[in-house]
Write a protein that binds this ligand. Structure first.
Ligand code: FAD
Ligand code: NAP
Length: 281
């Protein structure tokens, strides 16, 4: 029998009709312990199904050191049929109660040690498609909170500019890196807009195309990502974390496999790997 706890939805911010940030506060006031990259399962009774509780997993966007709330970024699924939990959630109000199960998931936890036991100090590249950015918002805030000195690059892919859900927070983290020096906090954030031709995206002057285009070599042989970090990306200097559609994971691997990058699922006999991912179909 699962142990369901109760929380209150304390904050809802809609970025658009079908994309929102939700904050939960457990009713006992205690934010559960978790690792950056994990998800929480939440549930609501479904009135169209005899109030049977419908539960779904959501990546936690807040960081483990934040003991004020658990934050989630959620897409309202509307096609081909309204999603069961997201339709209930997008009809909920601040102050409503919601059930939750304790955070879980190992797929995207930050790798701390190399197979020989030494510290993993490789550059961290996070690739998030859509709401797949959530675990990396947690990564960024966590690594900042613990004063981690590794180089961190967060890449976010979205169809529309109003879906760049954490642009302010991630830009501020990059500004701090520039202001205080990369020896203290080494953080870079970039986004790509996949529908640049649409009128709504006319203000966008950055990278265009799906997020994996950051990895496509240009005529000079370097990818936009390599130009950004200022060196060739190799399996000895970089580890990738990816969250998004399976097409995004495959798109990244199409560029990284020829460079001998392997996923944790296909790790080498010596235990080494360079890619961790969570896919959503
Ligand atoms: C580890 C993990 C982390 C996740 N993190 C996030 C996150 O951070 N943010 C986020 O937005 N989502 C996240 N998800 C996805 C989330 O768990 C849900 O799958 C998603 O919100 C849809 O739930 P739903 O109940 O609204 O849709 P469901 O009701 O489960 O519907 C799923 C699909 O089936 C279709 N459908 C619904 N009813 C029917 C029917 N009767 N017949 C046929 N098709 C139907 C819907 O149109 C939809 O395409 C995550 C999933 C996992 C596994
Ligand atoms: N871990 C998980 O399981 C998890 C996590 C988060 C979200 N989800 C679920 O995934 C669904 C959609 O997520 P979203 O709204 O965040 O994404 P989205 O906004 O639909 O897409 C985000 C980006 O990914 C691109 N994309 C879409 N389909 C793709 C594909 N097949 N291959 C490669 N790239 C693709 C989009 O490009 P285009 O503009 O070209 O479409 C866009 O640039 C939601 O139902 C959400 O609940 C699951």
């Amino acid at each position: 029998m699962v142990q369901e706890n109760q929380a209150t939805i304390t904050f809802i911010q809609l970025m658009k009709e079908d994309l929102g940030i939700f904050r939960l506060l457990p009713n006992d006031g205690q934010i559960p312990d978790f690792h950056a990259g994990q998800f929480i399962t939440i549930g609501l009774p479904n009135p169209t199904d005899n109030n049977k509780v419908v539960r779904r997993a959501y990546s936690i966007a807040s960081h483990p050191e934040n003991k004020k709330f658990v934050e989630l970024v959620i897409r309202w699924v509307r096609k081909p049929l309204p999603g069961r939990l997201t339709t209930l959630l997008f009809n909920a109000k601040e102050g409503d109660e919601i059930g939750w199960l304790k955070p879980a998931g190992a797929a995207l936890q930050i790798n701390e040690k190399l197979p020989d036991g030494s510290k993993d100090e490789r550059r961290i590249i996070c690739v998030g498609g859509g709401t797949g950015l959530a675990p990396f918002v947690s990564f960024a805030q966590h690594l900042h909170a613990v004063n981690d000195k590794r180089e961190i690059v967060v890449l976010h892919g979205a169809s529309y500019v109003d879906e760049l859900s954490y642009k302010d927070l991630l830009t501020d983290l990059e500004m701090e890196s520039l202001d205080h020096g990369k020896d203290k906090w080494n953080f870079t954030y970039r986004a790509s807009i996949s529908r640049p031709q649409e009128w709504f995206n006319r203000s966008w002057g950055g990278q265009t195309g799906r997020i994996e285009t950051f990895l496509r070599p240009k005529e000079n042989g370097k990818s936009p990502l390599e130009e950004l970090v200022g060196e060739k990306i190799t399996k000895d200097n970089t580890i990738f974390y990816i969250c998004g559609w399976q097409g995004t994971i495959d798109g990244v691997m199409d560029f990284m496999k020829p460079k001998d990058f392997v996923t944790i699922q296909n790790k080498r006999e010596d235990g080494s790997f360079e890619v961790k991912f969570e896919s959503y179909g």
